[in-house]
Design a protein. Sequence first.
Length: 214
Amino acid sequence: MYKQYKNVTVFDHPLIQHKVGVLRNKETGHKEFRELISEITLLMAYEATRNMSLKDQDIETPLCKTTVKRIAGKKPAVIPILRAGLGMLDSMVTLIPACKIGHIGMARDEVTHEPHEYYKKLPHDMEQREAYVVDPMLATGGSAIDAINVIKKSNPKRIVYLCIIAAPEGIEALSKAFPDVDIYCAAVDDHLNENCYIVPGLGDAGDRIFGTRV
């Protein structure tokens, strides 16, 4: 847990912490960076999906009839916040192959640092699904809050938010805005700088995932 917020889980697993350390290094290239984002997401998502509902199903094994557990209801929706959230998408699909995929595009104004929505496409039956929102960086919390506000209008059964690196300011803002949203992150860093970048952070996750800036 993080401070007083019961909805926040910060992972201390050695594999996650090791991979985050390599992820932060400025010498880590785009290919390895993408792979690490995917690996960390897979490890986090394993735990973040722990509370998914189950149902009994009768089947036959090669030896006899038995009752097994299956995921109940509609499969979850995975919603990356564009563009950096796309780096976490493949791992979520690997873990939940039958998931539905939505997209929310949020761009940050470089002067005001405020997020602006430029794209939205969600599954039509969100009220029957849990929503897993993914974005590598939780800085001010503005993009996450705006994206979740959009998603909540579709009345999903539950919303879970996964990020790799979070700032204390983002954790506080998102937790206060949505105490009902479970937040999972691999690390909570020290602070935001004057440009609202997470310190020590790892730089711009989108640029490092897609190789759009040195």
